[in-house]
Design a protein around this ligand. Structure first.
Ligand code: NAD
Length: 358
């Protein structure tokens, strides 16, 4: 039986609440005799800052590098907003992605048939949507130099961020996206702003060059403004979308609304050696501590972990099927509640998935 170490990083806000539910699922899998999971816990974000003075302590990075996969809750909250930028909780998240060189972020936006009416969009628009957004995660404008705010000679301030991509960075994310598209509907749409941004002109050229290695995948290109519109006009046209760090950040949140709630969307961040899994939502300070957060995005992130890092795709399928069953039973956290369904809290939802698994 293989033995794997999973590092849990609950973080802030609803992070500890949703990670507690994921822990139940991991413990259940560990008890099935296929894999032995050792669950370790570490500090990140505001919780780490409060204890160590830094949102990403060195100890956490050591733990992450020793683990077979990392599962993160969420970071951030109003308490830490007055802090200097370098020690804000969000720097911990960007820092761990960078340190582990997690360049490939997979964000599936799949509409569960049971939740079609939970979307703010019309049923006929969202029904059948199954998109994988592949977002470049370790470069682009969130990391580019120069950056910062400077004061000019006339006393005015000037804020700068830089959108940078190298050929190698584009090649590796493009290759990952083509490989994923090859296992799905074989359609890849690369989203850029090549009409005004030179760095994404390079993006488009490199994606096209990599495309020659994947003749079976149909490659198309779309400007980001059009993609934002097409996503809510006719989402079924998309299979896999590959895009830059910031465009992917925005488009995947938009895509989340097709599914009804940001509380349903998992993600995987993959590098050549390491992998981190997390729900795409933040720490939801507005509902933290109330026991109402939806734990399903985190539980579905655990499913992705079994598929992409732990070589147990059948366990991933089982977890996803259990989530489906719970939705079939009509259980809903408040974010996906509709009249006629049964409102439950975080713990009851986690317990229901566990019961559906067993
Ligand atoms: P958010 O995703 O935390 O919340 C947006 C809205 O969605 C809120 O109304 C929230 O209640 C709701 N929501 C989010 N997750 C939910 C869940 N699981 N169940 C039910 N409802 C849920 O985004 P925000 O409000 O813009 O940011 C709050 C904090 O989180 C900020 O400090 C931000 O920097 C941080 N943040 C962290 C991450 C991350 O850790 N990956 C991502 C985004 C934002």
């Amino acid at each position: 039986m293989s033995r794997k170490t999973i590092l849990l990083l609950p973080g802030d806000g609803i992070g500890p609440e949703i990670i507690a539910e994921a822990r139940k699922i991991l413990n259940w899998v560990s008890g099935q005799g296929r894999i032995s999971l050792y669950l370790e816990e570490g500090l990140i974000g505001g919780a780490a800052y409060d204890r160590t003075g830094h949102p990403l302590p060195e100890e956490t990075l050591i733990q992450a590098r020793q683990a077979d996969a990392v599962l993160l809750g969420a970071v951030g909250g109003p308490k830490w907003e007055p802090l200097p930028y370098e020690v804000r909780p969000e720097r911990g998240l960007l820092g761990i992605r960078k340190a582990l060189d997690l360049f490939c972020n997979l964000r599936p936006a799949k509409v569960f048939p049971q939740l079609v009416d939970a979307s703010t969009l019309k049923r006929e628009v969202v029904e059948g949507t199954d998109i994988m957004v592949v977002r470049e995660l370790s470069s682009g404008i969130y990391f580019g130099e120069p950056r910062g705010v400077e004061t000019l000679a006339n006393g005015e301030q000037r804020g700068v961020n830089t959108l940078v991509y190298t050929t190698r960075e584009i090649e590796r994310i493009a290759r990952s996206a083509f490989r994923i598209a090859a296992t799905r509907q074989k359609k890849l749409c690369s989203v850029d702003k090549a009409n005004v941004l030179e760095s994404t002109e390079l993006w488009r050229a490199v994606v096209m060059a990599v495309g020659k290695e994947f003749p079976d995948v149909a490659l198309s290109h779309m400007y980001v403004d059009n993609a934002a519109m097409q996503l809510i006009r006719h989402p079924r046209q998309f299979d896999v979308i590959v895009t830059t760090n910031m465009f992917g950040d925005i488009l995947s949140d938009e895509a989340s609304m097709l599914t009804g709630s940001i509380g349903m969307l998992p993600s995987a961040s993959l590098g050549e050696r390491y992998a981190l899994y997390e729900p795409i939502h933040g720490s939801a300070p507005d509902i933290a501590g109330q026991g109402v957060a939806n734990p399903l995005a985190t539980i579905l992130s655990v499913a992705m972990m079994f598929r992409h890092s732990l070589d147990l795709p059948e366990m991933a399928n089982r977890i996803e099927a259990a989530v489906n069953r719970v939705l079939d039973q009509g259980l809903r956290t408040p974010d996906i509640f509709q009249p006629g369904t049964q409102k439950v809290g975080t713990v009851a939802m986690g317990d229901a998935v566990l019961a559906a698994l067993s």
